[in-house]
Write a protein that binds this ligand. Sequence first.
Ligand SMILES: *Cc1c(COP(=O)(O)O)cnc(C)c1O
Length: 436
Amino acid sequence: MKQKLYFLPESEIPTQWYNIQADMKIKPQPMLDPVTRKPVTVEDLSRIFSVECSKQELNTTDAWIDIPEEVREYYAYYRPSPLVRAYGLEKALDTPARIYFKNESVSPIGSHKLNSALPQAYYCKQEGVTNVTTETGAGQWGAALSYASRLFGLECAVYQVKISYQQKPYRRNIMQVFGAQVTPSPSMSTRAGKDILTAFPNHQGSLGTAISEAVELARMTPGCKYTLGSTMSHVSLHQTIIGLEAEKQMALAEDYPDVVIACFGGGSNFSGIAFPFMRHTLLEGKKTRYIAAEPSACPKLTQGEFTYDFGDEAGYTPLIPMFSLGHNFKPANIHAGGLRYHGAGAIVSQLMKDGIMEAADVKQLETFDAGLLFAKAEGIIPAPESCHAIAVAIREANRCKENGQAETILFNLSGHGLVDMAAYDQYLSGNLVNCD
Ligand SMILES: *Cc1c(COP(=O)(O)O)cnc(C)c1O
């Protein structure tokens, strides 16, 4: 029988994350304090983030960072995640390419987000914090943080983008099951929310707005820290567990990727699967392509500008050197809520600028065409975000077919779509549009 799944034992859960900043010849430019224009310090960042995450954020020298044992123990609830050879998809496409995917949908909350929620909650607990707060779009990050907060005994308050709060009640319910308090954003509970609602009474919310509200709550509340599900360098660091496992699993399959693909919101699952392989490109000149798949409706890497911009709508965050569509950008209401963010992380932005990675944009209908093809071939219904990675993997597999090349394609399945069936319902009834 042909081997379909590549498993690792629990003992092979990595003991360290990989910090690509240490190996980058051209480091990301520093984040700046918007008032003084000086690089932010650990002290600045730790006013809103845990001290340990603030240190990790600015660490450009240590390539390997220890994973706390308690975090590894919770990783073992769902990790190592399987690497899957997509024979079904290969057959459906009639391609000579070998396609593999890393299945992050097996986490208890259904996406990769828990990989960073666990350490972020753990460090807060260690540092005596009692409450955490955050923003969430489709609800994946909010769900992950709610569950991680439950495990480490923290109170959790989530600002959910209003349109998602209304359209995705089940993810809101998941957060509530784990005991989180969920508020639709913009709300009247913060200065930032009030200002936005006064200017735009029908504002449907965006990740940028919800971040402003959560940051404000963390600043105003003693014992409360802010956490972020993407974009920041420490989040990308935590997600490298994906690629570190995948590297070992590809070795079990006696294969190595020519192309690595992931969907792109702020860049955390992309960084997670790509950076451990990219290490060999940076250090040994290994020729691998890395492709970020973003929505045409929110095309920061393919259409945005490399600039210093805020991470949020109200301008509470430091200035971040990144590809951005502008912090007031209001993306169309595509179903891939996790990809509706105006900017990209500082590390990926630098790698993009230096030509070490590429980006491709995909329209909504193509993503769902890809998602359905994948579901029929492999039996897993992908999250609308993940459909972007699948669409680009299919483009690459079709290119291999045209050129008769048997390349190896690896993509990250960032999550399943079982809580996104309203989106599939729209697609199946012919009511889905491209939005751009
Ligand atoms: C949040 C999310 C994304 C996008 O975030 P990144 O930080 O870019 O990875 C992608 N897929 C799923 C399933 C998500 O929940």
